[in-house]
Design a protein around this ligand. Structure first.
Ligand code: PMP
Length: 450
């Protein structure tokens, strides 16, 4: 350990030394390393910089720290697991925490979900769900169902499956041809019809009917699954129009197509219920989760399967491996210990429904920014929100990006900044005062910079 990794108070010029070797993900490396922003420590709602400055976390780390930072019961559970069962394989072996966690998760989801497959991230959860969907159709004698349908502006991680069904152009175009046989629904977003909607926009349910068009084009018998985020997060919090998800469910059911909800962000209380599908009252066949499952403390992802899916895999000969898929770290003991402790914290503190209690306060705070210069839309649901800015002429999608990120950080506020959209998702322990502080910080920065 050096001073940097220990999180000691450092002068900024010391902090930027020794940073070249880390090839940073989704980062403008050269620009960042010239003027780094470092987070050395965290507690509750805050990060602390190496110099000891307190930064309010309005982004739950990266949409994941739902219980708040460094919560003692979670820290203790991880430490205990590290000291008592550092690793255990889950291929042809098992450890008790993995089974206990799966039972707890299935109980939390409730019917009709009855099995959980573990992986290490949202990207892996997506690839796992897509593979389960393809294999499930094959097992049932419908192996010609190979096509997948995603959605424009969808984010499903960075595996080849995920970027193929994903619809964020920048994440796809560097990598040449992706999975064949993939179509995309249109994004549900329309500024003209939906700007400043509070919660679900009224306009846009008909966009689900595009699915009928794609199905007619290829024939339903060739289509395996449709995957969408119930609320698109990374593209800038695109809330589904009233009736849209219901319509997707209706069409997929009619044609025997599996519906996958990618709940890597919306899972674990982000929009006021344990899972997003519960909030919308629309039951998918597979649900991908990660992030909030253990409050972002140790990498863990999970795919929830609706009843009947696991069972279809159990029809083959006894002794055969039913699903040739898994990861060395599937259900890692540290991740499971963290998740079990996190579920206790969620239960004991009522955090999985807290976003619903705070939703009006959150919505009012964000929409109070409507008069701020350059703000062209504000979107919200649960404890997710986005403030969209007018694109700078000539540079759409990259409005003074670095200057804005820097300005927010200097305001002691951590927000997610994607192009012209400020995305927000505070830990679920956020107070009403802190919500006001987030809105005030946004106003201050947005009025100051251009
Ligand atoms: N799906 C969704 C909906 C996500 O928001 C994310 C991450 N933001 C992912 C998948 C990928 O998760 P990970 O970064 O853990 O691979």
């Amino acid at each position: 350990m050096n001073d940097l990794t220990r999180g000691a108070a450092l002068a900024p010029e010391q902090a930027s030394a020794g940073m070249d070797a880390f090839w940073m993900p989704f980062t403008a490396n050269r620009q960042f390393k010239a003027a780094p922003r470092l987070l050395a420590r965290a507690e509750g709602m805050h990060y602390y910089t190496p110099e000891g400055r307190q930064v309010l976390d309005a982004q739950a780390g990266l949409w994941c720290v739902n219980a708040g930072h460094c919560r003692k019961p979670i820290v203790d559970a991880i430490a205990q697991a590290a000291a008592s069962l550092d690793f255990a394989p889950t291929f042809q072996m098992g450890h008790p925490m993995a089974f206990e966690l799966a039972e707890r998760l299935v109980a939390l989801a409730g019917k009709p979900f009855d099995h959980v497959f573990f992986c290490n991230s949202g990207s892996e959860a997506v690839d796992s769900a897509l593979k389960i969907a393809l294999a499930w159709h094959r097992l049932r004698g419908e192996g010609q169902r190979t096509r997948l349908i995603g959605r424009e502006r969808g984010y499903h991680g960075v595996g080849f499956g995920g970027i193929s069904v994903g619809g964020i152009v920048g994440n796809r175009k560097m990598f040449g041809p992706l999975l064949p046989g993939v179509d995309h629904l249109p994004a549900t977003f329309n500024l003209k019809e939906q700007a400043f909607s509070r919660g679900q926009p009224q306009w846009g349910a008909h966009l689900a009917d595009e699915l009928e068009r794609i199905i007619a084009l290829h024939d339903a018998s060739t289509i395996a699954a449709v995957i969408v985020e119930p609320v698109a997060g990374s593209a800038g919090v695109l809330v589904p129009p009233v009736g849209y998800l219901e319509r997707l469910r209706e069409i997929t059911s009619k044609h025997g197509i599996l519906l996958i909800f990618d709940e890597v962000i919306t899972g674990f209380g982000r929009i006021g219920k344990p899972f997003g599908w519960q909030r919308f009252g629309v039951i998918p066949d597979l649900v991908t989760t990660a992030k909030g499952i253990n409050s972002g403390t140790v990498p863990l992802g999970a795919v929830f399967a609706r009843e009947g899916i696991y069972d279809a895999f159990m029809q083959g000969p006894q002794g055969a491996i039913e699903l040739a898929h898994g990861y060395t770290y599937s259900a890692h003991p540290l991740a499971c210990a963290a998740a079990l402790a996190t579920l206790d914290v969620y239960r004991d503190e009522g955090l999985l429904t807290r976003a619903a209690e705070l939703e009006t306060c959150w919505e009012d705070a964000l929409h109070s920014l409507k008069d701020v210069r350059n703000v062209i839309d504000i979107r919200n649901i649960g404890l997710m929100g986005a403030v969209e800015l007018a694109p700078r002429p000539g540079a759409p999608g990259a409005r003074a990006y670095e200057a804005h990120v820097k300005a927010f950080f200097e305001e002691d506020l951590l927000v997610r900044y994607t192009g012209d959209i400020v995305a927000l998702s505070p830990p679920l322990i956020v107070s009403r005062e802190q919500i006001d502080r987030i809105a005030a910080g946004l106003r201050s920065v947005l009025e100051r910079i251009d």
